[in-house]
Write a protein that binds this ligand. Structure first.
Ligand code: ZN
Length: 55
């Protein structure tokens, strides 16, 4: 479970846009570039090289 306050301070490292929490897939999705960042052991991995790119 990701804390709402944590979500608010997180931003995409690539474009600095807000991210949304995909609870079903346990991913954080950038609202701008749609990169999907993984969450491992409850910790968001906000790294460009770890992101999955959706087109
Ligand atoms: Zn982005």
């Amino acid at each position: 479970m990701i804390d709402q306050q944590l979500l608010e301070i997180l931003a995409c490292p690539v474009c600095k846009a807000d991210i949304i929490y995909d609870e079903v897939n346990q991913k954080l999705i950038c609202t701008e570039c749609k990169r999907r960042y993984p969450i491992r052991d409850g910790i968001p991995i906000m790294l460009e090289e770890e992101a999955e790119i959706t087109d």
